[in-house]
Design a protein around this ligand. Structure first.
Ligand code: NDP
Length: 321
């Protein structure tokens, strides 16, 4: 297929809160950003219902509406938002160099700066009852959705730091939290383990896995199985939280950008700079600790400011387009 090439000043990959905030700032700074939305336009927030913890929405807002409004805000200042997915990248090592990004295997964008906001995806157990009840009581974000289960009984699966942190968060809000850990010990740090073990309303079940989440439209209970004895037990719950890790969407950057051993992009100090000049990372793709819409938006703003300053340092009258 013939290669079509287009040259842009700032290319933004990904359309969650980080990407749109980067777009708003980049457009207002006249960087004429072009955004490719990725496979899930709007990102992870389009899979949640009510967002109650983003400042400025006293009544809360549903995730998909918020993303449409962010898109409108980015477009108002001239961002070109396009459906499409980056399928290959070739980043330059030279300050002021041109980065090549292939979209949908057939179109090449040459960009002076690239802002990567491709996010991370929560891992799920991938059992049918869990998939059926997503949005009906199954959630992968306790901080986002825990509040809806105030005073109720819930369960969480996972034994890492995320699960421990989310179980403690839920224990403050909910009546009882049953925590399922598939091994005979938790992977979480000792400090986090102590925290969950000292909370009286967390019931930790080691060597325990999910057999099935019960309920037709909404979560009504959980059937657990002890993987040592095969013994099954049913408990009533209204919320089920999955906290078995996230996968950053960075496969196409492997070999070009520095990442940690779990694939999160590494940024320099308190900036969004990656190891390639002119390539910046914002949002969950470079943050495995906070992972909130508002923190993602904050780093999106930083990436646009970093891109603007970078262009100012490398631009000559000939390169300005
Ligand atoms: P981890 O990969 O560390 O832990 C995942 C947990 O889920 C493990 O206990 C794992 O069990 C379990 N698990 C995985 N798949 C399944 C499954 N199919 N069924 C049941 N259980 C399953 O992920 P986290 O998100 O907890 O943490 C990611 C990284 O982020 C870590 O480095 C962590 O330290 C860091 N982090 C730091 C925080 C902080 O500093 N405040 C907060 C949150 C995360 P098993 O052990 O058996 O493999």
């Amino acid at each position: 297929m013939a290669e079509q090439i287009e040259r842009v000043k700032t290319l933004i990959l990904g359309s969650g809160p980080a990407g749109y905030t980067a777009a708003i700032y980049a457009a207002r700074a006249d960087l004429k950003p072009v955004m490719y939305t990725g496979m899930e336009p709007g990102g992870q927030l389009t899979t949640t219902t009510e967002v109650e913890n983003f400042p400025g929405y006293p009544e809360g807002i549903d995730g998909p509406t918020m993303m449409v409004q962010l898109q409108q805000q980015a477009e108002r200042f001239g961002t070109e938002v396009r459906l499409g997915m980056a399928t290959a990248v070739e980043f330059s090592d030279q300050p002021g160099g041109i980065h090549r990004v292939t979209i949908d295997n057939n179109k090449v964008i040459e960009a002076r700066t690239v802002i990567i906001s491709t996010g991370a995806s929560a891992k799920y157990l991938n059992i049918p009852s869990e998939q059926r009840l997503r949005g009906g009581g199954v959630s992968a974000c306790a901080v986002c959705d825990g509040f809806f289960y105030k005073g109720q009984d819930v369960a969480i699966v996972g034994g890492g730091d995320t699960a421990a942190e989310e179980a403690s968060y839920l224990a403050n809000i909910c009546n009882k939290v049953t925590m399922l850990v598939r091994k005979d010990q938790m992977r979480a740090s000792k400090a986090m383990q102590h925290r969950v073990m000292n909370l009286p309303n967390i019931d930790i079940r080691f060597n325990t896995e999910v057999d099935e989440i019960l309920g037709d439209q909404v979560v009504e209970g959980l059937r657990m199985v002890n993987n040592q004895t095969g013994e099954k037990e049913e408990i009533p719950i209204t919320g089920f939280f999955v906290a078995i890790g996230h996968k950053p969407n960075t496969d196409i950057f492997r070999g070009q950008l520095d990442m940690d051993d779990t694939g999160y992009l590494i940024t320099q100090g308190k900036t969004t700079k990656t190891n390639k000049p002119g390539v910046f990372a914002s949002g969950d793709v470079q943050d495995k600790v906070y992972r909130q819409a508002v923190t993602a938006a904050g780093t999106g703003c930083m990436a646009a400011l970093d891109a603007e300053r970078y262009l100012a340092t490398v631009e000559t009258p000939e390169t300005v387009s």
